[in-house]
Write a protein that binds this ligand. Structure first.
Ligand SMILES: [Zn+2]
Length: 318
């Protein structure tokens, strides 16, 4: 890396290609005391050992409690009810404030100090505003690495203070070779379904793929009723159903407009046939409705009604 490093980097888009991993590699490279000519960490100096061990004094990882490795239960007793609270999915203001000593005291090793925030959009407004102050008055030698799956949910002022790095997806062939090298049996169709994101494809559990296939078999049969589809999905997490339906509908839209499926490449013929009976505008409206369902589908008030409504709306398209 030549020239001055920006004091804040934002790794964003798309999901599941290894943004966090890349940010960690960069963090280790910044802290390594014996970097290679290409600027990569050596993996064997004391700094690398501390980094890998999770205790480099010049590194801080800020993430929601819910992502942190399980804490010991000892704190639970103190707050009674409070103690039983679920770990937070947000990064809180206290976590950002807790960085102030780290930011104001110099480096322990005369090198960079690195703060990795993951995922950055999980900062609540207080936390984001607190971070903004640090980004506006950067301490020298401090590098912030923000990793975000949804940069649009970041405070615009935070986003504008960061140098954004949009990562691009590797070509499908390359990902397949990489996955095979890792001993994975991911097929081209599965990789496409994961949006060509190799880590996403590798993480898709087999039984999940089978269930999804069965749902898509049902969707492929024009005779399947809305309630039959909803019934099949009863025992599935609504989030998964909405995500699968988004990809299914995306392909129906793609096939009615440009003629190529993006996610379900193994079902292109069926989807083409179905798309012929579905007006594009109605498909687009359904897709938009599905996207807005994403926000509430983690905890629908009435899951069975939620699914009935979803599939009735789907069936009304064609
Ligand atoms: Zn090293």
């Amino acid at each position: 890396m030549h020239g001055r490093l920006p004091h804040a980097l934002l790794f964003h888009r798309p999901a599941r290609i290894g943004k966090l991993h890349l940010a960690q590699v960069l963090a280790q490279s910044l802290l390594c005391e014996n970097r290679s000519e290409r600027g990569l960490a050596c993996g064997s100096c004391p700094a690398c050992a501390w980094f890998v061990g999770g205790n480099h004094p010049d590194f801080r990882l800020v993430q929601p409690e819910a992502l942190a490795p399980a804490q010991e239960e000892t704190e639970a007793g103190e707050g009674g009810e409070e103690g039983k609270k679920k770990p937070s999915k947000q990064i809180k203001i206290e976590q950002i404030r807790a960085l102030s000593d780290f930011l104001n005291v110099g480096s322990h090793r005369n090198g960079y100090r690195v703060v990795l925030i993951y995922p950055a959009e999980s900062m609540n407004p207080g936390a984001a505003n607190a971070l903004l102050k640090s980004l506006e008055e950067p301490s020298s030698g401090v590098v912030f690495l923000l990793v975000s799956h949804q940069p649009s949910r970041l405070l615009a002022t935070v986003r504008s203070r960061c140098h954004a790095l949009a990562l691009s997806l590797p070509p499908r062939e390359l990902s397949l070779r990489w996955l095979q090298g890792q001993g994975s049996t991911v097929t081209p169709a599965l990789l496409a379904f994961a949006g060509d994101a190799p880590l996403g494809a590798a993480r898709l559990p087999d039984d999940e793929a089978q269930t999804r296939d069965r749902l898509f078999d049902l969707l492929s049969q024009p005779a399947s009723s809305a309630l039959g589809l909803a019934d099949f999905c009863q025992r599935l997490p609504p989030v998964a159903v909405v995500n699968w339906m988004l990809k299914w509908t995306y392909d129906l839209i793609a096939l009615s407009s440009s003629g190529k499926a993006r996610y379900n490449i193994d079902r292109e013929n069926t989807l083409s046939l179905l798309a012929r009976g579905m007006p594009l505008l109605k498909l687009l409206r359904f897709y938009t409705a599905l996207s807005s369902l994403k926000a509430i589908c983690e905890h629908p008030l009435n899951p069975s009604l939620f699914l009935d409504d979803l599939f009735i709306a789907y069936k009304e398209i064609g």
